[in-house]
Write a protein that binds this ligand. Structure first.
Ligand SMILES: *Cc1c(COP(=O)(O)O)cnc(C)c1O
Length: 481
């Protein structure tokens, strides 16, 4: 008998699978009843520092290992009081969709099969959501980081003929990228990866609302040109990671046009409220971008991982990545026919079927369901901001244009340094006590507890609990000091 990896007893595995689904549904149903975070005990960590397994182990036993050592110590971005970094919570139906995708195990690189068409459908829906023309192109990525790098490659290769083949040395002079000082770090990393170097990412200063100062951007471009440099790309922020600031995208589009620069928008989460007609005014200019990145796994609450980049001119996108190699030649018929290979639009060849969950979830809730949740999160952010403003012991550290609230405990009479250490301590205790999972940033030297609300499970009472606990812990600290 040949050896293979299918179960010896299908019935047994089927039952285990049913149990897994039941357990996980129950886990998700009751997530609110458990602490927001549980630190991994030392003995459990030992379970995850074992030598390479040599022989087989029963699947049911492996599942027991998972239940003991993995599941209870989740990062818990599924929890109603998770507001850390910018992370979505996923959904039970999304989990099932991922299971189906994994069962099909389609490699969505090339060929005439359903997954290719599902991804195309999802890309078409994405264009519709953000006001991009049907003729635009796009590709699903692991997230906005890779979406941003993909766009940077397109911008770079489009800048001058020969860059794709000869590299950035094909141009005489130093190519320069511009974005506000609040631009996400992954853009600077992308600028490094594409051979420009982070020294040539100009961090344009921001105003008091953390929005890019467009007149300074103009000056910087002029000075760079005078110095013989080659400006080629502007990054606009639709929702900065620190405070949710939205750059003046319309003005950036004008500058890019006047200067002949590529205009990319990082809208990882902040582009999403574009689906709310009432919010569209605050994002005006979004549809003017040459390319746009956004995530499904953040503010559209889809299961990790899936992001997307859209490029307005499909031919430019294609030209940046297309290659012709004999093993990817498209045929007229058979599995080797079908839509154009996705590898002509990005770096990856093998790609999972991320599109399935997006397709199923958009159908399940409709864009109106998402719009309602995004509105709910925006309102929750204003609710928390109001709680903070109305409390003498809490201080709001930045405006709340979107879904991010930065605050600190500040009862008055304390030095900045002491406030910083106290608030860091408050944050760690909020986590350790399993109360809530905001994270942090530093704004003008002030340590801020940062609450990014991309959570479809949060309720108003959760924000009351956060504010109360922040004050309680702050007072405790002060008394025991
Ligand atoms: C999260 C984030 C990114 C990176 O996205 P990933 O999906 O984590 O790769 C980029 N830009 C902004 C503004 C973000 O919030």
């Amino acid at each position: 008998m040949e050896y293979n990896l299918d179960p010896a007893d299908w019935e047994e595995l089927r039952q285990l699978g049913h149990r897994m689904v039941d357990d996980m549904m129950e886990h998700l149903r009751t997530v609110r009843e458990r602490p927001a975070w549980v630190k991994m005990p030392e003995n459990v960590l030992q379970d995850l520092r074992q030598p390479l397994p040599q022989g087989p182990q029963d699947a049911a036993d492996v599942y027991e290992d998972f239940l003991r050592a993995v599941l209870p110590y989740n990062k818990n971005n599924i929890h109603p009081r998770f507001w850390g970094w910018v992370q979505g919570g996923g959904t039970p139906f999304g989990m099932l969709a991922d299971m189906l995708a994994s069962g099909m195990n389609a490699n969505v690189a090339i060929g005439d099969h359903s997954a290719m068409y599902v991804e195309q459908q999802v890309l078409d829906w994405s264009k519709e959501m953000f006001g991009f023309p049907a003729s635009a192109s796009g590709i699903l990525t692991s997230g906005a980081s890779i979406a941003n790098i993909t766009a940077l490659v397109v911008a770079r290769n489009h800048f001058r003929a020969g860059v794709k083949q000869k590299g950035v040395r094909a141009v005489e002079g130093q190519m320069i990228v511009y974005g506000s000082s609040e631009t996400h770090n992954c853009v600077a990393k992308g600028v490094e990866v594409i051979g420009i170097g982070s020294d040539h990412f100009r961090k344009v200063p921001v105003d008091t609302d953390y929005r890019v100062r467009t007149e300074v951007l103009r000056t910087m471009i002029r000075e760079d040109r005078e110095a013989g440099h080659l400006p080629f790309c502007i990054i606009g922020n639709a929702g900065t990671v620190n405070t949710g600031a939205i750059d003046d995208l319309e003005v950036l589009a004008v500058i890019a046009k006047e200067e002949g620069l590529w205009f990319h928008i990082d809208g990882a989460f902040g582009a999403i409220p574009y689906i709310l007609p009432s919010f569209r005014d605050k994002l005006k200019g979004l549809q003017l971008a040459d390319s746009l990145s956004f995530d499904f796994h953040k503010w559209l609450y889809m299961n990790y991982e899936v992001g997307c980049v859209l490029v307005k001119e499909a031919a430019i996108h294609r030209a940046a990545f297309a290659t012709s190699v004999n093993y990817l030649m498209q045929h007229e018929r058979g599995l080797s026919a079908g839509p154009e290979t996705f590898t002509n639009y990005g770096m990856e060849l093998s790609r999972g079927f991320k599109a399935l969950k997006v397709w199923m979830l958009l159908k399940e809730h409709g864009v109106q369901g998402y719009a309602r949740l995004v509105r709910q999160n925006l309102d929750q952010a204003q609710y928390l901001a109001k709680l903070v403003r109305g409390n003498g012991e809490l201080e709001l550290l930045a405006d709340v244009p979107l879904n991010i609230v930065c605050y600190r405990w500040n009862p008055g009479g304390m030095e900045e340094e002491e406030l910083n250490t106290s608030n860091k301590e408050i944050l760690m205790r909020l986590h350790e006590e399993g109360i809530a999972l905001p994270t942090y940033t530093v704004l003008h030297g002030r340590y801020a507890i940062r609450v990014a609300i991309t959570n479809h499970r949060s309720r108003l009472e959760d924000f009351d609990a956060l504010a109360d606990a922040s004050i309680r812990i702050g007072r405790d600290l002060h008394i025991t000091q």
